[in-house]
Write a protein that binds this ligand. Structure first.
Ligand SMILES: NC(=O)c1ccc[n+]([C@@H]2O[C@H](COP(=O)([O-])OP(=O)(O)OC[C@H]3O[C@@H](n4cnc5c(N)ncnc54)[C@H](O)[C@@H]3O)[C@@H](O)[C@H]2O)c1
Length: 401
């Protein structure tokens, strides 16, 4: 069976490698250098090893392409393209738009079309299906389903096989075919009664995290003002065996999901006449953390950062991955520069970012740790500057958030 996965990024490539154990997989991506590297068996995604891609290519089970006609004949098409926010922090569905078009223009028979991209409830029913029907020259009775992705890049204990996967089709047949597809490489499938439930659950999972991270970031500020150790407070609260879940303070939220998905929920809520006050406030609190941190650093350093060399340590949005999307490090660098600091950054996992290379972990007046990768040693961070501010709680001996 021929299966096309549209988008060969964190989600799409991960799925492709698992699916290639059972199907002939076409990895369709608009980025020609990603396609060229994948066809050489080179992975650009943490958690997907190059040898698995090479193996699938050699077994004639995987091919990457940016040619729409290559998806012709697919019986299943999975959409795994970015769903970011636009400049006004509203849902940007332009990648879904182009995926819909490529499907409509190139499928020559009925297929099961599954969306794994995160989006608001109603996306498959009201946004993807009607457009595919509109753009198709020949009308087919395609099946449509949702199965939101829950991959956590860099994580080893949970993967495609053992992470429970939600799914639902627009029809019972779509639901059954979706179950058959995923059951070949996922052991834990959870059927829900409508695609909208699956879409809403995915958004709520990340909204829950965004809101709780904002709450704990607010507690960090309150604790500092009161002279209380926030991490000890959280450890103490965490001894309660029920009714409490521990979240940790940080420079904010990053990545493709937590800073983005709640705004999809807020947007759809607004359209339904509900003001998502919690979601909006959580977003504001997290987005303001870099400014708060820059202010603390300034205060601790004689009330001025003018001309001071500040090194931001770790610009990836989380440890041990190279992903800088929506990283709070970016807002922190801006906030420090606004206060007159000369800012550089160090991140050996990211390497190069915004056209600049990772700077030496040494010789700064001030270091501010945003993300601590395992390969970056605390002793080296502490030696990099006479004053080190740590937002991660991992660099013992540094000034803590
Ligand atoms: N990264 C995660 O941890 C994660 C987890 C769960 C859900 N998601 C969701 O999954 C979706 C994909 O995220 P990702 O992290 O894999 O993104 P990504 O940026 O890593 O990869 C997306 C890929 O899609 C390609 N692309 C964009 N438009 C295309 C099109 N029209 N046709 C073909 N290829 C196209 C891009 O070139 C890119 O290679 C998003 O909706 C995201 O919110 C991501």
């Amino acid at each position: 069976m021929k299966v096309t996965i549209i988008g060969q990024g964190y989600v799409g490539l991960t799925i492709s490698v698992f699916a290639a154990e059972h199907y002939h997989v076409i990895g369709f991506d608009l980025n020609s250098s990603v396609v060229a590297n994948l066809n050489k068996g080179i992975s650009h995604i943490e958690g997907v090893v190059s040898s698995d891609i090479k193996y699938a290519i050699q077994a004639d089970k995987y091919k990457a392409t940016n040619v729409g006609a290559d998806i012709t004949g697919s019986e299943i098409v999975v959409i795994a393209v970015p769903t970011p926010l636009d400049a006004n922090r509203k849902p940007d569905l332009t990648y879904i738009d182009s995926a819909r078009k490529v499907i409509a223009e190139n499928l020559t028979g009925p297929a099961l079309i599954i969306n794994e991209s995160t989006s608001f409830p109603g996306t498959i029913r009201n946004y993807i299906k009607p457009a595919i029907e509109k753009y198709s020259k020949v009308k087919f009775e395609h099946l449509y389903a949702i199965s939101p992705e829950r991959v956590d890049p860099g994580r080893e204990d949970f993967n495609q096989k053992n992470t429970p996967r939600l799914y639902a089709g627009l029809t019972p047949e779509a639901t059954a075919r979706t179950r058959d597809f995923y059951s070949t490489f996922c052991d834990n499938l959870v059927e829900v009664t409508s695609p909208e439930v699956a879409e809403a659950a995915k958004l709520f999972e990340n909204t829950f995290r965004q809101v709780n991270i904002a709450l704990v970031n607010e507690l960090a500020q309150i604790s500092h003002a009161l002279g209380i150790d926030v991490r000890e407070t959280l450890d103490a609260a965490g001894t309660k065996p029920y009714g409490f879940m521990k979240f940790s303070p940080s420079a904010g939220v990053g990545g493709h999901c937590i800073p983005v998905d709640p705004s999809y929920l807020a947007d759809v809520a607004e359209k339904a006449g509900i003001e998502a006050t919690f979601i909006k406030r959580a977003n504001e609190v997290n987005l303001a953390m870099p400014t708060y941190i820059a202010g603390r650093v300034e205060k601790d350093n004689g009330g001025s950062l003018k001309g001071k060399k500040v090194l931001v340590v770790g610009v990836a949005y989380k440890p041990n991955v190279a992903d800088t999307r929506e990283t709070p490090a970016e807002l922190l660098i801006d906030a420090l520069r606004d206060l007159g600091a000369i800012v550089t950054w160090n991140d050996p996992v990211v390497g190069s970012w915004h056209g600049a290379e990772s700077f030496a972990l040494a010789g700064a007046d001030i270091a501010v740790v945003v993300t601590k990768h395992d390969v970056v040693k605390s002793e080296d961070i502490l030696k990099s500057a006479p004053y080190v501010f740590d937002t991660t709680g991992k660099v013992k001996g540094a000034v803590q958030l």
